[in-house]
Design a protein around this ligand. Sequence first.
Ligand code: FAD
Length: 401
Amino acid sequence: MVDPPRSCDVVVIGGGILGLAVARELLARRPDSDLCLLEREDRLAAHQTSHSSGVIHAGIYYEPGSLKARLCVEGARLLYAFCEERGIEARKSGKLIVAAADSELPGLDELERRGRENQVPGLRRIDPDGIGEIEPHGRGVAALHSPETGVVDFGQVAAAYAADVEAGGGFVATGCGVRRLVAGGRSVKVEHARGSTEAGFVIGCAGAWSDRLAVAAGAPAEPRIVPFRGGYLRLRPERRGLVQSMIYPVPDPELPFLGGHLTRTIDGEVLLGPSALMVGARDAYRISRLRARDLGSTLSWPGSWRLAGRFWRTGLTEIRHAASRRAYVSELRRLVPELSERDVLPGPSGIRAQALDRDGKLVDDFVVHRTERALHIRNAPSPAATSSLALARLIADEAET
Ligand SMILES: Cc1cc2nc3c(=O)[nH]c(=O)nc-3n(C[C@H](O)[C@H](O)[C@H](O)COP(=O)(O)OP(=O)(O)OC[C@H]3O[C@@H](n4cnc5c(N)ncnc54)[C@H](O)[C@@H]3O)c2cc1C
């Protein structure tokens, strides 16, 4: 195993889809620069990037004018083009956002307004018959159809970004966690598992751990990352016909999560979920995993208590869904009435790196902080995988100013 260089122009921390996209963009802009990407795990894309729904979002949900809105629409366009160029399968299978009851129609209206303002291509409103034509087993009083929403394997996309980084002369090290950044006048010393690297500039894309290095390097304590586990079920192979492409609910507008949905993934299986449960470790793929440091960090943050005070009802529902497959299936049955508990098997899980402010608000938009000779990506939740190429351009612009 070759050690990272003792010095270089730029160090990118984190080998998820975002760190890789940023490294790729920087090398494309400055092919002569020395760049080094350091990933703590022994493989790339080990966390959020390879534990997602794999959906290329079209940009419907996000507040018009927000970074999320702008970068999702642009990012999806760039991503489809990238996949086509590189022979990565990305299928525009389309999605329905379904209002299951009249009470959800105002929420659907608001999504339609946002989608139109965000210039989501092809978005249209459909009635119950229209739902049946697209999803014969779906049911609802109205829906939005987004034909440009698609699916891909983000792990495969990340691997293609990594190949570009290496082809561009970048050095990619796995098993090389960064412990500390020490800024000196003309460079930053990056202390890591295999020594240290002196860098002209550092960009932190450390996902669920992004707040730690940033705060230690002098960035504000706010926001803190709080891990939200997304648990999935999967449909038995013989019942996959219940879902043709994607069926989403109208989400709670107070929360940045999209609600449990049914997704036919790029490899043809159908995932149900994810749930959204606050957990006791930033890698709680098993729900029972607790890490004292992570738990302490969540419990000592005033925002966690304020969030729990405001959303205790939602929290209880999430606990019920995590504890009982029957309860979760019954929630999803609002969208697909034929679904039964016998149709599902246990599925994978992912941990969202969700930023939470001091007042208990889940931070919705992407957040970037600057310290001496460093940029830290502090909140890059969904749809950051979709937006990765567009977000990387923005981060590279920011790094160059
Ligand atoms: C359940 C779930 C479903 C989702 N569904 C979708 C979806 O359908 N569509 C979509 O667009 N997005 C989705 N997302 C969001 C998307 O996965 C993330 O926004 C995206 O992967 C973020 O990429 P990242 O590179 O910032 O994070 P990550 O992939 O988590 O990468 C961060 C990396 O940093 C490394 N790291 C951390 N600390 C250090 C350190 N000190 N030193 C070195 N390395 C370090 C970690 O090991 C990790 O590999 C979903 C997320 C989850 C959890």
